[in-house]
Design a protein. Structure first.
Length: 475
């Protein structure tokens, strides 16, 4: 009798793809449990009870030895280093602050998802052009921190609140409506337009002087060679970081030989070893900045949905991960909210760390938690931030050119992986709608914002009767 009841409960809570994402554990639904007992049992089992696994694939609810937990955690930190360090540098943000809040946001994400999603939160590259448009910042090795971030923080706070609302809707109603609005043809177009838009900016920066052009070529060439010929996959995963180190060393040697400008080391010498991360509390709400920031919400939704699917696809013998999409959105929304209050970039689940999961086959969320703690501790080393701030513009330009090209390739890969039909005209039209700013009242969009909204609207209009049929469909 009890088996029949449990089977009935289990079947009634089974969800199809895209339906409500929450699901009760079978042991919580036993009819002889009171409501208070079920709640206590659910709280007790909210986080995984990690069992030791010393060989083979390490599942989400398992862990390697503590030493290996720290080692694998450090590898995740190295994988996200390029984005969490270099992106803030380009935009004039403090690298130590980004590191600290990246780790803190990942811990919040871990708590919200109940330790069920092995994902690390890093700075979103999709926000780069939006922030540059709002602040007008132009990076050089002597630029210092961006003084115009208060409007960005205000816009991010509004975005985070809307993101939280969407996350709650997804938790209640599921994510099928998001997949309908943003199929692969749309998300691929959006991400490709981001990469192309940013690559043009990077190219204009590295061609300002002949020496910067040479250094960017050396740096980009080093990254390409490392990513292809490095002896281990672990080294290939951090090719951006290693390429930046090589470019920095070559630039320093050229400076000592009077072949090019010297690197300014004064900030490194004068900086203390330890310092609390710089937190900016100034928040300003500007209607135009808020309008420009809104497309990022759609991009974050698309990115996180794609990353969740990618993580689920590389895991074997695990329970479905997509039922936690709503909670993953909520965790990322809280992370973005903390970033806006702390004065750093918005966060998203990081594709580079998904690559580490694929290589190591260690999916334990305890390893991700170790990585978050390591990142927070690194945020207190002031010397590190000073070294990053001394990176010459030519070297940084070579890194960003590769980074933005990879974003473009990611968008194209979405089309390829999902076998988007290029015989029709829709993908071509969607991919072409980029680089055109638009201003409608308080809504002010750059090229990426226009590409985001028009890709969604045009796709629904051009798919014709399917859109009308879906709108009229009864649930």
């Amino acid at each position: 009798m009890n088996n029949d009841i449990r089977s009935t409960y289990s079947n009634s809570t089974r969800r199809e793809n895209g339906s409500p994402t929450e699901k009760y554990d079978e042991e919580d639904l036993r009819p002889n449990y009171s409501r208070k007992q079920r709640l206590a049992n659910k709280l007790k089992n909210y986080f995984p009870h990690y069992s030791l696994q010393t060989s083979g694939v390490v599942k989400i609810k398992e862990r390697p030895t503590w030493i290996l937990c720290i080692a694998y955690g450090m590898q995740h930190v190295l994988a996200m280093f390029s984005g969490v360090i270099i992106l803030p540098l380009i935009l004039g943000y403090d690298s130590n602050t980004s590191l600290f809040f990246s780790g803190l946001s990942t811990i919040v994400f871990f708590i919200v998802t109940g330790g069920r999603v092995p994902a690390y939160l890093g700075c979103s590259g999709s926000a780069t052009s939006i922030i540059l448009s709002i602040t007008g910042y132009d990076y050089t090795s002597s630029s210092g921190l961006n003084p115009n971030t208060s409007q960005v923080q205000g816009a991010m706070l509004i975005l985070s609140i809307l993101y939280t609302i969407v996350a709650v809707i997804v938790i209640i109603f599921g994510y099928a409506w998001l997949e309908f609005l943003m199929p692969p043809v749309v998300t691929g177009s959006i991400i490709t337009s981001i990469g192309i838009h940013l690559a043009f900016i990077s190219y204009s920066e590295i061609t300002k002087s002949p020496f910067d052009s040479y250094m960017s070529a050396v740096t980009a060439g080093s990254i390409i060679l490392i990513s292809i010929y490095a002896p281990t996959k672990s080294l290939r995963r951090i090719s951006l970081l290693l390429g930046a180190i090589i470019g920095y060393a070559v630039h320093a040697i050229c400076g000592t030989k009077n072949i090019g400008p010297t690197i300014n080391y004064s900030e490194i010498v004068s900086s203390p070893w330890l310092r609390a991360p710089t937190i900016h509390y100034n928040i300003e709400f500007n209607e135009h900045s808020i309008g420009m920031m809104m497309p990022l919400l759609i991009i974050l939704l698309a990115e996180n949905l794609g990353h969740m699917k990618a993580i689920e696809s590389i895991m074997t013998n695990e329970k479905p991960l997509m039922k936690y999409v709503g909670r993953a959105y909520l965790g990322d929304a809280f992370g973005c909210m903390m970033a806006s209050l702390g004065g750093t970039l918005p966060f998203t689940t990081y594709a580079d760390n998904i690559g580490v999961l694929s290589v190591t086959q260690v999916f334990s969320t305890l390893v991700i938690l170790c990585a978050a703690v390591i990142a927070m501790l690194l945020g207190f080393f002031a010397k590190f931030s000073a070294i990053v701030g001394s990176i010459p513009a030519g070297v940084l330009g070579g890194v960003t050119l590769i980074l933005y090209s990879l974003i473009t390739i990611t968008g194209i890969k979405i089309w390829v992986d999902n076998k988007v039909d290029f015989n029709g005209g829709i993908p071509v039209v969607l991919a072409a709608v980029i680089q055109t700013p638009l201003k409608l009242g308080i809504l002010q969009l750059d090229g990426i914002g226009v590409a985001t909204f028009l890709s969604i609207i045009l796709h629904q209009l051009l798919r014709g009767h399917e859109f009308l049929k879906h709108c009229m469909r009864r649930n």
